[in-house]
Design a protein around this ligand. Structure first.
Ligand code: GLU
Length: 475
């Protein structure tokens, strides 16, 4: 079972991305030849290899697509799924180009995929498969700290990144920047604090920023803050789980529904996300979860009444077949491409607001950028200044105490006294990035009153930056 509807799509994923891109091009009045140069996918490498497992050779097919090298390295995840295909990796690579430009991560766009069901293989078998795939990519500089830097995506995580990084190091023992060849690694293998939850954290920061703009909130028909908003999440994987966790624990949102592959679970009083996640990790069926009401037809859960819908599973789940029934006022695309171009228009015509994937799920690559920079600099963030900041705050508090005895309470002292560690800096950098990108989209909309939505604005910001780096045209 997968998350998508069984009904066929009328437009492929890559075409859908290009249709969205073309809207921005029209508004920017970019000449066709320049538009084409940016739109083109530079290359897609397809590889087949065999690995001896369980006594016989098993063949695997994988891809690494490089959409743009206007900045290098090219950046983007590697996914493991039986659905992987060329159209999908090319669409995802293009999204990475635009996403990186929007959040000012200095990378081109790339994406990879391996046709494999990771649940079918034991960890030691997956390690063999991953190392072999990595070997094929490393040989062609498709994993390389200065050329192409993969990261986790659907079906992969820190463990796979550690295997890939190790394979690169073995093949390039003298490369001093070897660790920067992939991001999303475990902390002890050169990762960075906060990368695992980064995409979900980015979704939270994106929503927080959206709710700071009263006029944008009003346009959805909602009001106030995130507090008490009724939220449905599709997919309780890494992104959906962290988004649901942070929004409910820190912003007072109520997660009234979670849609999974084998159905959906609803509870108007709010689902216990930790309990549900543990239930799913233990591979217990969703219908045995006691904290809510089970609904067999998970896909229909997207049409359930709520304030905010967070598709966090995969592409093309809201299409021309169900967009007219989606009730959420606000849809935030935590996955890449969950709303097709056709569905996008149907939703817009119905007055729905979409916070687009380019922006909403950019938290992952933003923190990947921090990790890559940390690896290149060979130093953990905060190492130089943390104690200096601490000493300075202490001196300040001591001075205040001499002037106003008892002037600063202990809780405030404790909070302000310690200097910023890596996790604080990562969060601050991510929050700042999400705020700045939102403001850039708003500015473009203010400049172009005919810009219909945030998605077109996101593409416009991205394309302007890419074109200026390519030095092809004065915009
Ligand atoms: N796979 C993630 C994405 O789609 C992260 C990419 C990265 O960190 O390079 O944005």
């Amino acid at each position: 079972m997968n998350f998508q509807s069984k009904k066929p799509l009328t437009v492929g994923f890559l075409d859908s991305v290009n249709m969205m891109y073309d809207r921005a091009i029209d508004l920017l009045q970019l000449p066709d030849d320049v538009a084409q140069a940016v739109r083109n996918c530079n290359s897609t490498y397809e590889v087949q290899f065999s690995v001896r497992l369980r006594g016989e050779l098993h063949s695997f097919k994988g891809y690494r697509s490089v959409h743009s090298e206007h900045m290098e390295p090219a950046k983007g995840g590697i996914r493991y799924s039986i659905e992987v295909n060329k159209d999908e990796v090319e669409a995802l690579a293009a999204l990475m180009t635009y996403k990186c430009a929007l959040v000012e991560a200095p990378f081109g766009g790339s994406k990879g995929g391996l046709i494999v069901d990771p649940n079918e293989w034991e960890p030691h078998e997956l390690e063999k498969i991953t190392r072999r795939f990595a070997y094929e990519l490393i040989k062609r500089d498709l994993i390389n700290p200065s050329q192409n830097v993969p990261a986790p995506d659907m079906g992969t995580g820190a463990r796979e990144m550690a295997w890939m990084a190790d394979e690169y190091r073995r093949m390039n023992p003298t490369d001093i920047n070897a660790r920067a060849c992939v991001t999303g690694k475990p902390l002890n293998a050169g990762g960075i604090a906060g990368r695992t939850e980064a995409t979900g954290r980015g979704v939270q920061y994106a929503l927080q920023e959206f709710f700071r703009h009263e006029d944008d909130v009003k346009a959805t028909g909602l009001s106030g803050s995130l507090e008490g908003k009724r939220v449905i999440v599709q997919g309780l994987g890494n992104v959906g789980y962290h988004a649901a966790k942070f929004l409910s624990e820190e912003d007072g949102a109520i997660i009234i529904g979670v849609i999974e592959r084998d159905g959906a679970i609803f509870n108007e009083d709010g689902l216990d996300i930790e309990a549900l996640k543990s239930h799913l990790i233990a591979r217990r069926p969703l219908d045995t979860f006691e904290g809510g009401t089970f609904v067999q037809d998970g896909h229909a859960g997207l049409e359930h009444d709520c304030d905010i819908l967070i598709p966090a599973a995969c592409e093309s789940v809201i299409t021309h077949t169900n967009a007219s029934r989606v009730q959420a006022r606000l849809i935030i695309e935590a996955a890449n491409g969950p709303v097709t171009a056709e569905a996008n228009d149907i939703l817009l015509a119905r007055g729905r607001t979409i916070i687009p994937d380019l922006y909403a799920n950019a938290g992952g690559v933003t923190v990947s950028y921090f990790e890559w920079a940390k690896n290149i600099s060979h130093m953990r963030f905060g190492r130089m200044q943390r104690r200096q900041e601490e000493a300075r705050s202490r001196a300040l508090f001591e001075q205040i105490e001499t002037l106003i005895p008892g002037g600063v309470d202990n809780a405030t002292k404790q909070k302000l006294e310690c200097g910023a560690g890596e996790i604080d800096l990562v969060r601050s950098g991510l929050d700042d990035t999400m705020r700045a990108a939102y403001i850039a989209m708003r500015d473009v909309r203010a400049e172009h009153p005919d810009c219909p939505d945030l998605r077109t604005a996101a593409y416009m910001v991205a394309v302007r930056r890419i074109v200026s780096v390519m030095n092809l045209y004065e915009l």
